[in-house]
Design a protein around this ligand. Structure first.
Ligand code: GDP
Length: 297
């Protein structure tokens, strides 16, 4: 489970400082040394670790006796607040267009979980937001991606727009948006092509789809288990095509949490959802505060 390693690593340090009725500068220093090691071990971006440690240290050194919390508890609360802030503070909701259809583009590298997440997202949109989504199979390069989305659509009883693999993704997206208008689908989710690595063609194609109708959301799907690679991928996509949010998949298998802790700070873009398994109901909104609590146990 996510952050297992980090939580375990921090247990001792937290217990030690929690009970303290007085917290000296030395105590803070010692704790932050442990926190720094733990974050680095969790594969958090080094610059992010440095800034985080600096912020917490500055605030923690000043703590005094308050009515309800011991100084030790206050220090823990500061760490928790700053971890929450690091992951974006508030939960970031989906942005819907006031004039339907809302267009959501799913982008990412092959294998990150893009097609699966497209299905999961449609499922949430229907169940929790009462929307009528249309799924669009525009990943024409990965063998079987189109079929995979059609299978998911069947499983979820949701319509999938597909034109095979010989039509260009831009044309597929264009026709799908037209159809959505005609048939009153209020959300269009476009599963765009993923490649094995970031290249010019991929980025150009995404830009071309973007140009059809400005999407309301561009969700980058990245695999949490790839750690700092996921952060680099997010930076590249954001620079090249512009993303509005991140879906972090496979958090169920990521014991470290480095990507979850670094992406927001590095890209300034929020993590909107996290994938917690392969099933269609295993997508959850990302709650920074809950994640921070999980880390601190
Ligand atoms: P795409 O190439 O990006 O479209 O990737 P797929 O959607 O085909 O997913 C690749 C693999 O990752 C599949 O076996 C999925 O079942 C799996 N997968 C996707 N999301 C998650 C997740 O959140 N957790 C786990 N454990 N597996 C996932």
């Amino acid at each position: 489970m996510a952050f297992e390693g980090l939580a375990e690593r921090l247990q001792g340090t937290i217990q030690k400082i929690k009970g303290k009725g007085k917290v000296s500068e030395q105590d803070v220093k010692e704790m932050m040394r442990e926190v720094r090691f733990a974050l680095i071990e969790a594969d958090v971006n080094l610059k992010v670790v440095k800034e985080f440690v600096k912020k917490v240290s500055e605030r923690a050194v000043g703590v005094d006796v308050m009515q309800s919390l011991t100084p030790g508890q206050q220090v823990i609360k500061i760490v928790q607040d700053e971890l929450t802030e690091l992951m974006g503070g508030e939960q970031s909701p989906i942005k819907f267009n006031t004039k339907p259809p809302t267009v959501i583009m799913m982008v990412g590298l092959q294998g990150a979980g893009k097609t699966t997440t497209t299905g999961k997202l449609a499922n949430i949109l229907r169940k929790k937001y009462n929307r009528k989504p249309l799924l669009v199979a525009a990943d024409v390069y990965r063998p079987a991606a189109v079929q995979q989305l059609q299978t998911l659509g069947k499983q979820l009883s949701l319509p999938v727009f597909a034109l095979g693999t010989d039509v260009s993704p831009v044309e597929i997206a264009r026709q799908a948006i037209e159809l959505a208008k005609e048939e009153h689908h209020d959300v269009v989710i476009i599963d765009t092509a993923g490649r094995l690595h970031i290249d010019e063609d991929l980025m150009q194609e995404l830009k071309d789809i973007r140009a059809l109708k400005e999407p309301d959301e561009v969700f980058l799907v990245v695999d949490a288990m790839t750690g700092q690679d996921a952060v680099n991928v997010a930076e590249s996509f954001n620079e090249a095509v512009g993303i509005t949010g991140v879906v972090l998949t496979k958090l169920d298998g990521d014991t470290r949490g480095g990507a979850a802790l670094s992406i927001r700070s590095v890209t300034q873009k929020p993590i909107k959802f996290v994938g917690m398994g392969e099933k269609m109901d295993a997508l959850e909104p990302f709650h920074p505060e809950r994640m921070a609590s999980r880390i601190l146990g």
